[in-house]
Ligand binder design. Structure first.
Ligand SMILES: [Cu+2]
Length: 177
């Protein structure tokens, strides 16, 4: 196995290790159709309103050489009195986008795909940030580099679909969105 930069996204490490061992770490759906962005207009670095949801466009991390998947981070605020659920995501910049959670299991950082999505409870803000929840971009059309802008469509169980324009920031330590 080739040398892996220790600062590379832990998710990427897990995927790379899984691939090397011939096991499937995450459900890679390579042939999922990419839906075009719909819903409210989105502008990079801004907050998009979708019903009672306020969605910050957040950011994605630039990919390191050899990295095959990318992480995206943003925050979703539910100002309403009804729970909602982030049930899916897609991007014209990647073959598929999955909703993942990273967590420590003993001494090992693991990630898993959230098959039923991510709950956005009424009155709460859910933050997708490094080390926790994140969007995982699979099969990128081209490696993400700083300055790029990704078109990401988020699908909520109740609020519906919305497009956010997610700027790409340089790899390395990054702040919470
Ligand atoms: Cu992941």
């Amino acid at each position: 196995m080739k040398t892996i930069n220790r600062f590379a996204c832990a998710c990427f490490l897990l995927v790379a290790i899984g691939a090397a061992m011939g096991t499937q770490v995450v459900g890679m759906t390579m042939n999922e159709p990419v839906s075009a962005g719909t819903g409210a207009d989105a502008e990079a670095g801004t907050t998009v309103q979708l019903g009672t949801l306020e969605i910050g466009s957040g950011y994605a991390k630039a990919m390191l050489p050899g990295q095959r998947v990318g992480g995206g981070y943003l925050s979703i605020r539910n100002t309403g009195d009804t729970d909602d659920q982030l049930v899916g995501a897609s991007s014209t910049n990647a073959g598929a986008v999955e909703i993942h959670e990273m967590s420590m299991q003993g001494q090992i950082m693991k990630m898993r795909k959230l098959d039923s999505g991510l709950a956005i409870p009424a009155g709460q803000t859910i933050t997708l940030a490094p080390g926790g929840f994140h969007l995982m971009f699979l099969s990128p059309m081209s490696p993400f580099k700083a300055g790029d802008q990704l078109s990401v469509t988020l699908t909520f169980a109740k609020a519906g679909k919305v497009e956010v324009i997610m700027p790409v920031r340089a790899a390395g330590p990054a702040p919470r969105p």
